[in-house]
Design a protein. Sequence first.
Length: 217
Amino acid sequence: MNEVQRAKIVLKILNKIYPTTPVPLKHRNVFTLLISVLLSAQCTDVNVNNVTKNIYPKYYKPEHFVKLGRKRIEKLIKSIGIFRIKAKSVYNLSKTLIKKYNGKVPKTFQELEELPGVGHKTASVVMSQGFGFPAFPIDTHIHRLAQRWGLTNGKNVIQTEIDLKRLFPKKNWNKLHLQIIYYGREYCKARECYGISCKICTSCYPKRKKPIKTKKA
């Protein structure tokens, strides 16, 4: 079985299990989606949602966060990992949006990636989930699963993104990114499946007996 055949199996199984894919990070607009994605680095979506549910009803524009200031932003997000660094990014990002983009979130990868604290993965999520632009955000989670399923040789997240974009139709990217995340959380967990027990792993590699080691992103 080659990678193209494995990709078809993956798509078929995921479409059957997850016909719909709600965005896991709760948000009020594209700006709050951007903030939530930024906050989610090294942190679970559940933790981010628990924190932002008390923030977004009141603060949901760049102007609101600039007015709050760094110290008050820190207090609001204190239960999130590396909160001081993230508070600084949120504050500086909000200032940049007001100064350069009239308070609006830009709609290109280049402009998004130039914002404080925003990398390619964050920009991809905003382009995909915020603007509906075809993108394939790759985090270490998807990177690991793509290796287990034989869709990439797993050198790094950049290579994984190239490989997955090549194997799957563009029209599937936005939904597929979320389907993979949901499937990994539910069925192909890092310390439970090991590449030998879930339906995708057993369908792609029916003869695999030993746990597979995945390369770090």
